[in-house]
Design a protein around this ligand. Structure first.
Ligand SMILES: NC(=O)c1ccc[n+]([C@@H]2O[C@H](COP(=O)([O-])OP(=O)(O)OC[C@H]3O[C@@H](n4cnc5c(N)ncnc54)[C@H](OP(=O)(O)O)[C@@H]3O)[C@@H](O)[C@H]2O)c1
Length: 298
């Protein structure tokens, strides 16, 4: 299947596209730019905020499915520049949804746990009410609404706490800090499920032939706090000289209100007997191993 991927040079996109190829699909990589130092295979320049450019790329490449991963993902940046957040995450998704509707192509829109307020003590199912606390969450939710309204053939795939070897994730920042610091503070009262981009990619590929359109939660199994995640990543990397001081989110300097408990229950997958996502600790181990191999090969 020919699969157009937006945000192909991003953290998720760089894992997803080669995995699509391995699975026998043909990715059409699109993005606004390429990351410094990234070895990018051929890709199409496509700014999703331009409906004309998007339409022209669809006309020329004729995709059979679209995985829309492009977004303005800097959550604090979204808080400081809400117009840019809505331009890329809402307007950009609007133009993707319009093109998918016109060309009758299923869209897989990657969304986020930030659509929830994190007040629920149990994991969120796809049937729970949304209530974003931030411009990032609200702009991604606006994207969900565009996709659901314009495209009958839509998959809204919410995920959270992504780690990928081709991006700057929380875990990679922790490992970077460990080179120069012996102690730092980590938030202890926000809970989520760390998710490996390769595991999310594998599930997206499994969903490609599905016709059960709708909303899906995809994350690794289990949940932890940022503090527990940092401690696990350091311990698995054999780093023992660090002291992590637990702090409440209220002491973390950020303009963004984040959901406190936004664990996603993969209920749609469960109900279809498809929920075999592995535990986050196993996925983290694999992520760390792959990052080590990548660094060794540089
Ligand atoms: N990272 C997480 O923890 C997380 C959690 C939940 C959901 N998600 C969602 O998962 C998806 C992938 O996330 P990610 O971490 O891989 O993000 P990422 O690394 O920031 O990749 C997003 C890509 O989209 C590109 N982009 C930005 N504006 C664009 C535009 N106007 N037109 C076309 N491309 C544009 C970015 O380019 P520039 O970098 O040059 O701007 C970047 O290459 C996003 O939709 C995100 O909202 C992520």
């Amino acid at each position: 299947m020919k699969v157009l991927v937006t945000g192909a040079n991003g953290m998720l996109g760089q894992d997803l596209c080669p995995m699509l190829e391995e699975a026998g699909h043909t990715p059409v990589r699109t993005d606004v730019g390429v990351k410094e130092g990234a070895a990018a295979p051929a890709w199409e320049a496509m700014d999703i905020t331009s409906p004309q450019v998007v339409r022209e790329v669809f006309e020329r490449t004729r995709p059979e499915a679209v995985i829309h991963a492009a977004a303005y993902t800097d959550v604090d940046g979204c808080e400081r520049s809400p117009d840019l957040a809505y331009k890329i995450n809402a307007m950009g998704t609007w133009s993707m949804a319009a093109a998918c509707a016109e060309f009758d192509v299923p869209i897989y829109y990657i969304s986020t746990d930030f659509v929830f307020d994190g007040e629920k003590s149990e994991p969120y199912t796809e049937f729970d009410a949304v209530n974003p606390l931030s411009h990032y969450g609200a702009s991604k939710l606006a994207g969900e609404q565009m996709v659901a309204r314009l495209c009958r053939k839509h998959f809204i795939v919410r995920t959270q706490w992504l780690n990928g070897v081709h991006g700057r994730s929380f875990v990679s920042i922790m490992l970077e800090l460990a080179r120069t610091r012996s102690e730092w503070k980590v938030v202890v009262d926000q809970i989520g499920s760390p998710t490996f981009t390769r595991d999310l990619s594998a599930m997206l590929i499994r969903l490609l032939p599905s016709r059960l359109y709708g909303t899906y939660h995809v994350s690794n199994r289990g949940a932890c706090s940022w503090h527990e995640l940092a401690a696990a990543a350091l311990q698995m990397s054999g780093i023992t000289h660090i002291t992590l001081h637990p702090i409440p989110a209220s002491q973390w300097p950020s303009p963004t209100r984040r959901p406190a408990h936004s664990v996603l229950r993969r209920y749609a997958l469960e109900l279809q007997g498809m929920d075999d996502m592995r535990p986050w600790q196993e996925a983290l181990q694999d992520f760390l191993q792959q990052q080590k191999t990548l660094t060794a090969n540089l």
